[in-house]
Ligand binder design. Structure first.
Ligand code: SF4
Length: 108
């Protein structure tokens, strides 16, 4: 009888932990699924001169741009992996690590 109670407690504990784990994972998974790649035609991106590839920046049009500046070494890029990552300036969007915009600041 006491073994039976123990088994039920263990089962209930496992079920609760499983439910809690699922609840914790779901927001992260849904957030990742909601992020879309930032395009150069996005109004905010266009206003900030965002380029998907920093090598295509016209230095006459954007004189603050210097070679080797890109999202990968910008302080605004959030930690992560892959070529498309979150940037503090573009909520809900992913910037290309090889991109660039006028707000670029060197990550220390
Ligand atoms: S703020 Fe930095 S990381 Fe964000 S788009 Fe501009 S250059 Fe890239």
């Amino acid at each position: 009888m006491s073994d039976n109670k123990f088994d039920r407690r263990q089962l209930l504990k496992g079920a609760l932990l499983g439910a809690a784990g699922t609840a914790l994972l779901q927001p992260q998974q849904s957030q990742a699924a909601e992020l879309v790649k930032l395009t150069e035609s996005d109004p905010t991106a266009a206003a900030l001169g965002y380029h998907i590839n920093s090598k295509t920046v016209d230095v006459k049009k954007f004189p603050t741009y210097k070679a080797n500046q890109n999202c990968a070494n910008c302080v605004q890029l959030q930690p992560g992996s892959g070529n498309d990552r979150a940037c503090n300036l573009f909520t809900g969007k992913l910037v290309n690590v090889n991109g660039w915009c006028k707000v670029w600041v060197l990550k220390q």
